[in-house]
Structures are given as C-alpha cells and as structure tokens.
Design a protein around this ligand. Structure first.
Ligand code: NCD
Length: 303
C-alpha cells in the first residue's frame, strides 16, 4: 500500500510494494512521452538543496506528464534559507502550499525531519551519503525491465560503495530478492558496517573483492558509481583512491555477452565513453526510465 506514504528509506518497502510499483511503472511507460491526466489540480513542491539533474527533472517531468503542477527551488539561493530560516520552517511552508514534497539535502536525516514536520507525503530525493530510495527503486526496475526478473542474478557493485547513497539504498532494496551481490572496491570504500550488518541480517548474500577483473565474468549486472569526492571527511583518503577503477572496453572482453552495466550518473571517469557504444551500456536507458518510475510513485502515493 502506497497511498499517502512517505518515501524516506528503502528499508520501509516490501517486495509486494516494489512489485506493485514496477507493474505501475510498466504501465506508465506508455505515457512517459505523452500525458495521463490523473494528477490535475495537484501540486508537487521540490526542495533541492543539493545539485541534481536527473532526479529533479525526472520528478518534475513525471508530475507534469500526469497533469499536475510543480513549484520549488534548487539551491537555497533566493529563498528565505539565506535569511536564516530553518529547514523545518521551510518545509512547513511547502507543506501548506502543496500536496507532496520532494527533498534533496546534503545532510543525512533531512528527509526524515521533513517528513516529521510535514503532513503531506515527503519523498527523499537523496539526503547525505546514506539514502536515495527512489534511485534504488529505479535501479532495480531497470534490471527487471532488462531481464524480466531479478531473482537469481549476480549483481556487482563497483566503486565508492561507502559514500554513495544510491549503493546503500540499492543494497537495502535487494534484500527483497534472491540475488548474489559482489562488492568490488578499494578496501576503504566498502559499504559502512551498519549497512553490511543490516543487509546480511536480512539474508542478502555478499562477497567482497578489490579487483573487478577477478569477478567480471560472473556478473549479470555491474552497477558503477563515481567516487563521491564531496562526501569524504579526509581529503587525503580521496587522493589515495581517486582513479582507482575504470570500466573499459578491454575489461569487458571477459564479461558475459548479456552483462548489463548501470550507473546512477553523473559519471566522471569511471566508465570509459567508448563503453557507451557496447550492448552492455544501459545507464542512459536507466536514466530515461526515471520518468515512468516516478510517475508510478507519484500516482500510487497521491491517487
Ligand atoms: C546520484 C546522487 O545524487 O546520489 N545521482 C542521482 O541521483 N542519479 C549519484 C551521484 O551523485 O553520484
């Protein structure tokens, strides 16, 4: 049941929630470049305190394709936050003016705080280094659309698994499926212990690697993330790991023909642009599916 729910953490959603979302998104694909007037008269407020291209635009486009309206801001510039208004007060105002709030913030916990203050549903568009639940839903949706199923797949996660909030949320969502997860990263960039403990306690099978060449032949999906430079506490640690992995056409010679490469984007230098022309590259399709997936989310929550 999605009606009126906040979307703060991927942990809050069951397999049947996710299946309902996917079936609805599949339906919405027909309207992702058209119009389905089911949100007429509804307003979505977007409060993006951190940079974003895909998440913000796909939420806005999704609401517009559904016939609804969008208000909001990107960056606190020009809002009363510059005058010292608190997050809670800003959210109270958006709550008064709209039917659903999408928030992105650099601090972990900002979305939860917003949900506590607002009566309208709050959707977390990424806060801090820990949660980005709708991206993770989109990631698994893309896998489901590529293969037709998720159970039984070998899924590799490559890169900065420690600071990438999409990775944390993706691991949490994957606990609903019977998959094997290969965590491939420099040791320092492994996911946080609390995440590992949580997903293992839910039965998710994890194995750890530092060298992608060692396992690439086993993978059905390789999910790549950039090094999250802005989230490092210690710049020296960043210097040590920057440029430590890069997916190249050469590396892919050992991969299964059907390997699907995903990336939440933006990419920096971790996927060689020559990979884009291979049949493995699905990250642009993944970004495009953000519209129907978010149309489904808005529809299920607000209708
Ligand atoms: C991600 C994010 O903001 O966490 N981008 C996105 O929403 N697609 C990934 C990133 O910034 O690396």
């Amino acid at each position: 049941m999605w009606r009126n729910r906040d979307v703060i953490s991927a942990r809050d959603f069951t397999r049947s929630d996710i299946e309902e979302l996917f079936e609805t998104a599949r339906y919405m694909e027909k309207y992702a470049k058209g119009r389905l007037d089911v949100m007429r008269g509804k307003i979505m407020a977007v409060a993006f305190f951190e940079p974003s291209t895909r998440t913000r635009l796909s939420f806005e486009v999704a609401m517009k394709r559904l016939g609804g309206d969008v208000v909001g801001f990107w960056g606190a510039e020009g809002t009363s936050v510059e005058k010292g208004e608190t997050l809670a007060d800003t959210i109270r105002m958006l709550d008064a003016y709209s039917d659903v709030i999408v928030i992105r913030h650099r601090y972990e916990g900002a979305a939860k705080l917003a949900a506590e203050v607002a009566e309208s549903p709050v959707i977390n568009g990424g806060d801090g280094a820990f949660n980005h639940p709708t991206q993770a839903m989109l990631d698994v949706y893309t896998i489901w659309r590529e293969f037709g199923y998720v159970d039984g797949l070998n899924i590799g996660l490559l890169g900065d698994l420690r600071h990438a909030r999409t990775v944390n949320s993706l691991l949490e969502i994957l606990t609903n499926f019977n998959v094997k997860v290969y965590l491939i990263s420099p040791e320092y960039l492994r996911p946080r212990a609390e995440t590992i403990d949580y997903v293992q306690s839910k039965g998710l099978k994890l194995s750890f690697y530092t060298n992608v060449e060692e396992v690439i032949g086993e993978l059905d999906v390789m999910y790549v993330v950039r090094i999250q430079k802005e989230r490092f506490i210690d710049p020296l640690e960043y210097e040590k790991v920057k440029g430590s992995y890069r997916v190249t056409p050469d590396m892919l010679r050992k991969a299964k023909k059907t390997l699907v490469i995903l990336h939440p984007l933006p990419r920096v230098d971790e996927i060689d642009p020559r990979v884009d022309a291979t049949s493995h590259a699905k990250y642009f399709r993944q970004a495009a599916l953000g519209v129907p997936l978010r149309m489904a989310l808005i529809y299920l929550i607000l209708s």
